[in-house]
Design a protein around this ligand. Sequence first.
Ligand code: BES
Ligand code: ZN
Ligand code: ZN
Length: 485
Amino acid sequence: MEMKLVRSKASELDADVVVVLEWEGSPRPEFEKPLAALYSSGEIRGKPLEFTLLHSLEGYKARRVLIAGAGKREKFDAAALRKLAGAAVRFLHGKGISTLAFAFEDGASAPEHVDAAVEGAILGAWEPDYLKTDKEDKNKPITAVMIATQSQDPTLDAALEKGRIVAEAANLTRDIAVEPPNLLTPLALADRARRMAEDCGLSFEVLDRDRMRQLGMGALLGVAQGSAAPPALIVMRYTPDKPASRDHLALVGKGVTFDTGGISIKPSEGMDKMKYDMAGGAAVIGAMQAIARLKPAVAVTGIVPAVENMPGSRAQRPGDIVTSLSGKTIEVLNTDAEGRLILADAITYAKQLGCTHIIDAATLTGAIVVALGPTSSGVFSNNDLLLARWMTASKEAGEKMWHMPLDDEYRDQLKTVYADIQNIGTRWGGACTAAMFLKEFAGDTPWVHVDVAGTAWLDDAKPSLAKGPTGVPLGSFVNLALNWL
Ligand code: BES
Ligand code: ZN
Ligand code: ZN
């Protein structure tokens, strides 16, 4: 999909459809007469995501005009526009449209609006049907999207470019996350990351099982040993030409290509969804693509521990004690709490590589889904400054985050007489004890953990987004790096 900025009036745009905003409570004066019947019947009220498609409207060069409800003007922001753009693209899908223009007026043509509209449109167009051989919809796809504005702000072009790069990266994340687990093994995940890194000029490395053994990654290897599919530790490095500081960010993403639970096996109902247990890792791979293209002034290393959690004959058992890369011993009381085991070694490895700040993203616990549902990701941190930077970055990205507690009391639940730490707590506060386990390995290094179990996958489509992987928290990753000083 080609995206471009045009400085033109809505009425003069040459496109199959021009999308104009309709504010709730303030009808557009130019429409009041020609569309009087639509207004009086209540068909056009300007409510959020209410769409009215009109053909051959007088005074417009475009073949059709889509009147898009934008809600109350004072409540409208970039996040609302991102949704509107995505929903418009999805509404128009299958209606024989190939060129589309969004016409913005004052109040909706700041850089963040252009960025959001481009992002919303590209994300909205994505579908999870790449393996369908018989696609229902044989209609022509939207090939070009114009953002029309009369603002002369010269930074709008960069905003458009940023929106495009971030959304394309998010769609790469979604392409990877939607791959079924028979096809997306740990080595296949490494292969997807390698292709991305080669395309974007990132340095790239995969540690195989032998290398991990040499280094002493016993926690990660313990999870991997129940599967015939070998593990991979994926490392992608971005080095800025002119670093603004000596800081070095690590983005670490859980890459469990399928989580059966291992010997502590999960119930069969709904187990298929555990193919998305690598969504954090996929978000890191996508974020590294966007970072390679947007070139922030901070060094960033992406690390994805990739394993399949299976109950094979060599699988680890509840009661096993493994020695992690950090040297700490871990009693594995539940083999389904595998994400924290592989992340423990990946976080330690990030520190060994010299990373000064660590963000990890993981579909780590069912408990965070119970706590926050599909709306917000849970955020845990050992450092208030990094946490504040993360919250700002996520707000700008339109990715909701909720700060969760990490009090010392949670550590008590992880005590065992047999090893330094055990990998599960009690039934209560499961997202917090999982985070507490990771904190043990982050140590004094500033660290943020993002539990995306509820937010990385949409069970039902939204008007603006297909069902399936969302790409969260890729936008926050990218903004964090771009804003870093
Ligand atoms: N991948 C799951 C977390 C998960 C569960 C994500 C449900 C999305 C929906 C993780 O590896 C897991 O199984 N966690 C266990 C931890 C428990 C054994 C302490 C969980 O949340 O039940
Ligand atoms: Zn699990
Ligand atoms: Zn898992």
